[in-house]
Write a protein that binds this ligand. Structure first.
Ligand code: ATR
Length: 288
């Protein structure tokens, strides 16, 4: 049986095993998916250990690279380590300079990033909110924002403003994504979080401000009437942002759908089949 997992620290809270087990049941795939806690600073060693542990006995003498450990999701704080360890990178992982999905194949470690695609699928398909032609404010310029930006540009909004407490990081993201934005005729701007302007159709919170327990770091005038306010987090961590959005007349959505959709894309990368992610999201909503 093929073996997969989610590697992080901490990882005990992860809902990925439930999601992937349901995907496997719905697509009749036989696999094991587990939480893998990795000591900080030992990502490479952990991957090597798992690859050697799950080696098929029959092929071992014939192919030293054969392993039943076929891939993993990567979460905080190892997304950069995973990117650095990989021997091949998908274009979207390269653009984000971070990786949330590894696939082990023929001696290669292949890095991908499905976070942004998961976000866009949740907004456009599950929430039925078309991004094309819209004015978008992306709050934050860390790893989460970097993963989202490429697919967000490809959804062809009119304009994306990246706003961050540390402006230089927003400017850097803006610079690395300008060629893609030009290709899709999207106006890409970097801004200080204190001077973002007004009336955005879509506000995406990719900051860790709710984790830090501070207020939403922008003025409510950023929301146009009926704006969608999306937090990449879910559960209690997203609560303050979602309440703020609703209080100011917006439509609030948490990141649970993004979690399920990024998992569905990882599952597709590993297994070549697309699970019914909408059904699993519905099941998750009942659980959470
Ligand atoms: P992640 O991988 O979750 O994106 P990260 O790379 O550490 O984590 O990025 C965290 C983001 O949240 C950054 O954009 C950070 O802003 P800075 O680049 O200025 O540090 C943002 N952030 C964290 N705490 C914040 C706060 N209290 N107010 C506003 N932004 C905050």
């Amino acid at each position: 049986m093929d073996y997969y997992g989610v590697i992080g620290n901490p990882v005990a809270h992860s809902k990925s095993p439930f999601i992937h087990e349901r995907f496997a049941q719905l697509t009749q795939q036989e696999l094991i998916y587990e939480k893998i806690e990795c000591p900080i600073g030992q990502f490479k060693e952990k991957i090597e250990y798992l690859q050697s542990t799950y080696r098929p006995a029959l092929f071992n003498s014939l192919n030293q690279n054969a392993s039943l450990f076929k891939g993993c999701n990567v979460t905080i704080p190892f997304k950069q380590d995973a990117f650095n360890l990989a021997t091949k990178h998908s274009p979207r992982a390269l653009l984000a300079q971070a990786c949330n999905t590894l696939k082990f194949e023929e001696g290669h470690i292949i890095a991908d990033n499905t976070d942004g695609l998961g976000l866009i699928r949740d907004i456009e398909i599950n929430a039925k909110f078309p991004i094309k032609g819209k004015k978008v404010l992306l709050l934050g310029a860390g790893g989460a924002a970097a993963g989202a930006l490429g697919p967000l540009i490809e959804a062809m909004p009119l304009q994306i403003t990246i706003a961050n407490r540390t402006v230089a990081k927003a400017e850097h993201l803006c610079m690395t994504h300008t060629p893609l934005a030009k290709l899709h005729q999207v106006q890409l701007l970097a801004s200080s979080i204190n001077a973002v302007g007004d009336a955005y159709d879509l506000l995406i919170n990719a900051t860790a401000s709710s984790l830090a327990g501070v207020q939403v770091p922008v003025n409510d005038s950023v929301l146009s009437p009926q704006a969608l306010g999306y937090d990449m987090m879910y559960g209690p961590n997203a609560q303050a942002f979602l309440e703020w959005v609703e209080l100011h007349g917006g439509i609030a959505r948490d990141g649970l759908g993004m979690l399920v959709e990024q998992a569905a894309e990882a599952f597709y990368i590993w297994r070549g089949v697309r699970p019914d992610s909408a059904r699993v999201l519905q099941e998750m909503r009942q659980k959470v």
